[in-house]
Design a protein around this ligand. Structure first.
Ligand SMILES: *Cc1c(COP(=O)(O)O)cnc(C)c1O
Length: 428
């Protein structure tokens, strides 16, 4: 596989862009490699600047449910652009988008559009604090909620609840206001709620976590979480930036039947343009400016191009789409699992619908961040690079999920499985 042009492009990028990339995971650092520069996508096929072709199993980290250059989407955005790309004033498209979200996610009475998942989660916790008049946020180790200061914290060693910044530039005082509990461990939540009695504004969770690899919540864990929040007047926020419209039409909350107070959305909602949203119960959302005292705004929020892109995707969601995604993804999973068995690879696959992760681990399952941390990342790195050589583009990190699109057909599934045979044979 020739990478000359990608290597040259990265050398140039490093002269002008901090670290050579506009988001760290793209650097391929986690897989000890040089980033690939892409120039074209069509359906599930990617072409890089050296003319290599790959099957795309990342889908831009989720947004491209129907693959690249979906016809409806291209038509919507080109038609829309002819009438201007932004007014900074209301458009009918925003009404259509809001109605569509509310139809698909019944827990949302009112919604606000923003420009990224990060903005959605930052705004949601501000609203939760404003609504409850409390300061602390409780999140789970290994969940990712974007790069807002409040979320870049980690548990302090051994000292429960005393948290530390996870990035320079995040102040200790900010970190102190975010508590970290263990995913799928309800007693870790109970302990913190007891210790910080009446001070917690919100619990935020990825109900189906995709940012430590794919890790599902246990149903009782989520139900208990809902109950604890109710008993302590804590708002429950589902961060469905990744799982929303991906695991089911109505997201993880539809699958689990657990209703959050607020939901954050992103990725698919923009169909590949920069969009996020948050919404929830009317009485909470009404606290937002201009009607209420919690401020949040955005020059390009709800801009017509992004709304038309997102709507063209959301309007296509139906049960057939999700059953097709399920079939494709389960065929991929079964195919790889056969190879894992054949070569006795120390690996497992965890999957929910079209999101899945192959974990290199001795464990039977990955339940939380601690389990995920025990994975063999050097094996993942080998696996990623062999798969790439064989024409399959996977997430360049063990701690991310694959995202399957409807553009992946039977012959592509066979190619993916064949590449796995080559890769897993070599990894011991
Ligand atoms: C991607 C992601 C975010 C951040 O969204 P950006 O658009 O990258 O800012 C937040 N939460 C979850 C669960 C995500 O997967």
């Amino acid at each position: 596989m020739i990478k000359n042009n990608s290597i040259k492009a990265f050398e140039e990028a490093k002269k002008f862009i901090a670290g050579g990339v506009n988001s760290p995971v793209r650097s391929f650092k986690q897989v000890n490699s040089n980033p690939i520069f892409f120039k074209k996508g069509k359906g599930c096929y990617l072409t890089d600047v050296d003319e290599n072709i790959y099957i795309d199993c990342v889908s831009s980290w989720g947004p491209l449910l129907f693959g690249h250059c979906d016809e409806n989407l291209i038509k919507s955005i080109t038609d829309c652009a002819k009438n201007s790309t932004t007014f900074g004033a209301p458009t009918i498209l925003e009404n259509q988008m809001a109605k569509k979200i509310i139809e698909l996610v019944p827990s949302i009475d009112l919604v606000r559009m923003v420009n990224s998942g990060t903005e959605a989660t930052m705004s949601a916790i501000r609203l939760a604090r404003g609504y409850t008049n409390k300061n602390l946020i409780l999140k789970f180790s290994g969940n990712y909620h974007g790069h807002g200061d409040s979320f870049l914290t980690k548990s302090g060693s051994g000292l429960m609840g005393l948290n530390l910044p996870n990035s320079l530039g995040v102040t200790k005082n900010t970190a102190k206001e975010t508590l970290n509990a263990e995913f799928n461990n309800i007693s870790s939540v109970k302990d913190l709620v007891k210790k910080y009695n009446n001070k917690i504004a919100a619990v935020i969770i990825e109900p189906i976590a995709g940012n430590m690899g794919l890790v599902k919540s246990k149903i009782n864990f989520l139900k208990n979480l809902r109950q604890i929040c109710d008993e302590n007047e804590i708002l429950l926020i589902f961060d469905e930036v990744m799982s929303g419209f991906r695991v089911a039409k109505g997201g993880a909350q539809e699958i689990y039947g657990v209703t959050p107070d607020l939901t954050t959305l992103g990725k698919i909602i923009g169909g590949g343009l920069p969009v996020g949203a948050y919404g929830g119960k009317r009485k909470i959302m009404e606290k937002l400016a201009p009607n209420g005292p919690v401020y949040q705004a955005g020059t390009l929020s709800g801009n017509p191009l992004a709304m038309s892109a997102g709507l063209s995707i959301l309007n296509k969601l139906n049960d057939n789409v999700f059953s097709q995604l399920e079939e494709t993804s389960s065929n991929i999973q079964e195919g790889i699992e056969k190879i894992i068995k054949k070569y006795k690879t120390k690996a497992i696959i965890q999957r929910q619908g079209s999101m899945m992760t192959l974990f290199f681990t001795n464990l039977k399952n990955i339940r939380n961040y601690k389990d995920a941390q025990k994975c063999n990342i050097s094996n993942y790195s080998k696996y990623f690079n062999i798969m790439l050589e064989n024409g399959v583009y996977l997430p360049p990190s063990q701690f991310e999920a694959m995202f399957i699109s409807t553009a992946i057909k039977d012959n592509d599934i066979n190619k993916i499985i064949h590449a796995n045979e080559i890769a897993l044979k070599k990894i011991k």
